[in-house]
Design a protein around this ligand. Structure first.
Ligand code: SF4
Ligand code: SF4
Length: 211
């Protein structure tokens, strides 16, 4: 367990080179807002980390699921809305299932993603946000997601492939894709879903179109 250094008065001091961060730069405003809007009792989280241990993709997240709950309690909005976490999350709900306090972590992360979309905050990893957007586009046009269709749609987005090669993250993403495939989360062949009409209708409604 890591202990923060303290000065002669016994007050905690930040580690050298690390900026001291104030708790709740907006007081409880952010916590109350997320709890109210998502309907999740985030205050109940006591950092047992079961959610993170249950998450199949936590390895790819910069802020782990249990940390995300803590960040909300502390009011660290910007860090969360910029994070890769909200775009990596698969909404598989393993975290929620394993939480002993019935904190709906999956719903909370889903809510943060929606907040990020409606905010002016630029994601730290823009390509992940584009990946997510592409995922939704493929879902809307074909009803389900076939990973080959998804990957080709994704890599045909402007500059994505070039960026990936430059950052050297292409290999990491292929590994993530393989891990998901093994877990059966991505299907090699996906027949066009009968639900497609419903999805398109919902998408039109979200966009404010009259259907
Ligand atoms: S819903 Fe998201 S955070 Fe929760 S276990 Fe699944 S991928 Fe991880
Ligand atoms: S499992 Fe529940 S209580 Fe434990 S860290 Fe995750 S959200 Fe918090």
């Amino acid at each position: 367990m890591h202990h923060m250094a303290s000065n002669r008065e016994g007050e905690p001091v930040p580690e050298p080179g690390k900026e001291r961060k104030l708790i709740g730069d907006r007081g409880d405003f952010f916590l109350n807002r997320v709890q109210g809007e998502a309907g999740v009792n985030i205050s109940a989280c006591y950092q047992c980390e079961r959610c993170t241990n249950a998450c199949p993709v936590s390895h790819y997240m910069d802020i782990k699921p249990h940390q995300a709950m803590r960040y909300i309690q502390l009011g660290w909005r910007e860090e969360l809305l910029k994070s890769s976490t909200i775009w990596v999350c698969l909404s598989c709900e393993m975290c929620t299932t394993y939480c002993p306090n019935e904190v709906d972590v999956a719903e909370t992360i889903n809510h943060l993603r929606n907040m990020a979309v409606h905010s002016s905050i630029t994601p730290k990893d823009k390509s992940l946000a584009i990946f997510h957007q592409t995922f939704l586009e493929v879902l809307i046009t074909s009803g389900k997601v076939n990973e080959f269709r998804l990957m080709s749609a994704y890599y045909s987005k402007p500059n994505i492939l070039k960026e990936k090669m430059k950052e050297g993250t292409l290999k990491e993403e292929i590994l993530l894709g393989m891990a998901l495939l093994r877990k059966g989360r991505l299907k090699l062949y996906t027949p066009r879903s009968r639900a497609i009409k419903e999805l398109q209708k919902a998408d039109n409604q979200i966009r404010g179109e009259i259907v």
